[in-house]
Design a protein around this ligand. Structure first.
Ligand code: SAH
Length: 465
């Protein structure tokens, strides 16, 4: 190992940065995060550094570097665009055994700056020994997606309880077991999901409990899987998918997404086709409760967003009544995803200032919609579940005053490799399913914005090759 990774306390430590450009400013920003006391030396400063000098956040010596600038310094960074100056800073610092970093020049450095995943107070520093900053950056990007952004809050909570836990479990082995079980319990997930208060209460309870075994309660994640393209999952969705031991999914979630769940997870299909529910809603909710009560981490994976025509609210009512910890992860809803992949902006300054999401469900052959609000100018309508009632919908809209030539699009299996976009208008839309073999799911977009598809279409699914 050429470089020893260490974490240096630089609080109010005098540090010197040679150079006044944007590269120097980046280094200054890093040092400021560590609360260092910074002096910058340079003949002139970029705007960003000047602003810091004005605010008295850093000291500034106008002029060229000389060895007297090194006096009483604890650390030095050379960030000028003059190779000779950088070399001189490096040599003089090394003579004094001062740690020195020269930007983008590992040979002149006695220390190098890592790529950092910052979850303060948790810090992950990545180094490739100066061989490939790009590799370090890629690695960092991977870690950023894996480690919840509120990981630091978890560390803070643990620090807060450290003393209490030590008092309850003086023996180190036992204490370690305690923390391990907490970190794998719903308490950690509560922190990541922004339920800090609940996490605190739950942690308190584990310490008051007489019994020193922490009950392993299960939990439920209600996760939106987006419209179909696996790349549209959120970081949190993916993390929870890889954590859950049981997965309940339905027909809207494509196999490519189900495949991203944990390999050893039990997968339960609770499929839903129109008019043909594999499991009635109540049974799904009850199943979620039962599994969580067995101590399992249960993932309920839903197409699009769980709270948009997804009955997500109904599924978690029972969980709430039974006091099962749960969280809800939003997903990209079909209207947003499909419109985007079809090159149809749902709003546009020239064409649409509002956008409404409706369902085109038929009840006894008619549609129970607030028609007046739908016949508004400069509005886009996204119709979910609209294929069966398409004819009725178009007739009603025209009968109530919308132009028969209002542009409309039918998007089949949006965002997937099987996406197909059919363009027409209100008059011709009902014929599209008669003339083509349309595969579900489909969404309908009605409004002037549909005209933009012709120029803005960008996605090229393989099925069109
Ligand atoms: N919660 C989901 C919607 C569930 S209702 C969401 O937020 O997207 C199911 C309807 O969503 C389907 O009938 C269809 O109209 C629409 N839908 C979902 N995924 C779709 C896709 N990939 N392409 C087109 N329509 C889709």
């Amino acid at each position: 190992m050429k470089y020893l990774p260490i974490f240096l306390d630089l609080t109010v430590a005098p540090c010197l940065v040679v150079g006044g450009g944007t590269v120097a400013a980046r280094k200054v920003a890093q040092l400021r995060k560590a609360n260092a006391q910074i002096t910058v030396i340079a003949p002139k400063l970029c705007q960003e550094l000047s602003a810091l000098v004005d605010k008295k956040s850093i000291d500034y010596v106008a002029g060229h570097f000389s060895k007297t600038n090194l006096k009483n310094k604890m650390l030095v960074i050379a960030a000028t665009d003059d190779a000779a100056v950088n070399q001189q800073v490096s040599e003089l610092a090394k003579e004094r055994n001062l740690p020195v970093n020269v930007v983008d020049n590992p040979v002149l450095c006695s220390f190098i700056m890592p790529s950092i995943v910052d979850r303060d107070p948790v810090q992950i520093a990545i180094s490739t020994g100066g061989s490939s900053p790009v590799l370090a950056r890629l690695l960092r990007a991977r870690l950023e997606t894996l480690i919840p952004s509120s990981y630091g809050k978890l560390a803070e909570l643990m620090a807060k309880f450290r003393h209490k836990v030590k008092t309850k479990y003086p023996e180190m082995q036992r204490r370690r077991r305690y923390w391990e079980s907490i970190l794998q319990s719903p308490i950690a997930e509560m922190i990541y999901a922004g339920q800090g208060r609940s996490a605190l209460d739950a942690l308190e309870k584990t310490l008051i409990a007489e019994d020193d075994d922490i009950p392993q309660t299960g939990e439920v994640y209600l996760v939106g899987a987006g419209p179909g393209d696996p790349d549209l999952l959120t970081f949190r969705a993916l993390r929870l998918m890889q954590q859950a031991e049981v997965v309940l999914y339905d027909r809207l979630v494509p196999p490519a997404i189900v495949d991203l769940t944990r390999k050893d997870a039990e997968r339960i299909y609770v499929g839903k086709k129109r008019d043909q529910h594999a499991l009635p809603q109540m049974e799904i909710s009850q199943l979620l409760v039962n599994l969580a009560k067995q101590g399992k981490r249960v993932l309920r994976l839903k197409g699009g967003d769980p709270f948009i025509f997804g009955r997500g609210g109904e599924e978690i009512e029972l969980l709430s009544a039974e006091n099962i910890p749960f969280q809800v992860v939003p997903g990209i809803t079909a209207a947003a995803g499909c419109a985007c992949y079809a090159g149809i902006p749902l709003t546009h300054r020239d064409y649409a200032h509002t956008c409404v999401f409706i369902t085109g469900h038929l009840k006894d052959g008619s549609m129970d919609l607030n028609w007046d609000t739908l016949i508004q100018p400069r509005q886009t309508i996204a119709v979910y579940m609209g294929i069966v009632g398409l004819e009725v919908l178009c007739q009603e809209l025209i009968a109530r005053g919308m132009s028969a030539s209002m542009p409309a699009a039918l998007i089949q299996q949006g965002t997937t490799q099987k996406q197909k976009v059919y363009i027409g208008d209100l008059a011709s839309l009902p014929d599209i399913p008669k003339q083509h073999d349309i595969q579900p799911p489909t969404i309908i977009i009605i409004g002037e914005v549909v005209k933009l598809h012709e120029n803005l279409s960008w996605f090229e699914p393989q099925s069109n090759d």
